[in-house]
Design a protein around this ligand. Sequence first.
Ligand code: UD1
Ligand code: CA
Length: 422
Amino acid sequence: MAERVVIVLAAGVSSRMNTLLPKVLHEVGGRPMLAYVLDACRKVDVTRIYVVVGFGADQVREQFSDAEDVVWVQQAEQLGTGHAVLCCREPLKDFDGQTLVLCGDGPLIRDKTLTTLIAKHQSEHSAATLATAVLDNPAGYGRIVRDAYGNMQGIVEDADCTPEQLAVREVNPSYYLFNNRILFEALDHVKPDNVKKEYYLTDAVSWIIASGHKVVAVTAVRPEEAMGVNSRAQLSVASKIMQQRIQQELMENGVTIVDPDNTWIDARAQIGQDTVIEPFTYIHGVVKIGKSCRIGPFAYLRHGTVVGDDVVLGVFTEVKNSSLADGVRARHHSYIGDATIGRSVNIGAGSITANYDGQQVNRTSVGDGCYIGSGAILIAPLVLKDGSHVNAGTVVSQESTNELGEQPAGQTNAKSVSGTGR
Ligand code: UD1
Ligand code: CA
């Protein structure tokens, strides 16, 4: 089997996004777009991943600093997608295998489509294979031009299309697999003679066809994964599609989502079987929720939250960077930040952790079986022993618990904390 590498194009300036942030760092489902493309590459057999960066290169590299399998390639000037691929000539000059080329602005890519593309390339023994999509509205995409027999003749960019070509609904979502040697030979022939004055990768495909090599286009890309994100509006559409995918998978895993349209769940969230997510719940970041929980309505779970089984988090409960053991109840208007909450703790309405003292964020630890009455303020850093009882309306600091008589270590008797009032 031929060795395979991938080149991901992520260097472009995104004028249409009107942004200072590199386009591929814009988030979909809580993760940068590029992360999804890299994930898809990792699921098919590739020996190396080259990512071409340019505009905002340092930011991209920094955000993906733990991606040890990525080789970063610099494109100093953004002269087009063909030019971007050419920046990989040096590391690939002796490479005799297959080169997959993908764009970093296509987060909806599915690895299954890449598998189909690879299989087609191998069975057809083609010099280049493309996976294409048929769209109701092909505006903005390169069109696949075929002859009367259906053989591919080339790709014509939207801006360069004749009125007849504009009507073609088969488009190029930029999923390509090339014979590496032929790819770089073709790129030597590409000239920037088009409306945008750029070196187009699509012209390399047209050159490969014109020079008599076999190029195959397989219509394997579903319309909803074809999207390249070029504008904020497209970013929102991609986010919506991603959200549907995330929720679909969770539902298949046994999670009830009462109102999918009014729920937002991060791609990195994990949720256990028979947990019910009530409407207007927002789960952002790496969040893990156990089994048989009831979350929401109007709950806000943030990065670093780990929730055990059988937990109830209700209306306007916000949790950040905290772990909640099995059976915790926080049904109404709570903020739990940077806390460790023990088993079966009840957190009354309106009780919060005061986790930030103006200088630093401090942790709160609430032992198993504690009862926190309504309207309590737990001033961190704070440790409440197992079974502590905090009266409603209490402001609790470590000093106030000590004043009330510190219990010997390990003692689990209920202790009533009240006093400072508010
Ligand atoms: C490109 C394709 C078009 C296809 C569409 C699919 C070309 C010429 N056109 O158009 O046929 O339908 O994708 O989404 O390839 N990039 C660089 N360096 C550059 C220019 C671009 O790395 O100099 C990167 C961008 O960051 C982006 C990707 O290449 O991730 C695609 O570039 P973009 O400008 O978005 O191309 P499209 O106009 O969308
Ligand atoms: Ca694009």
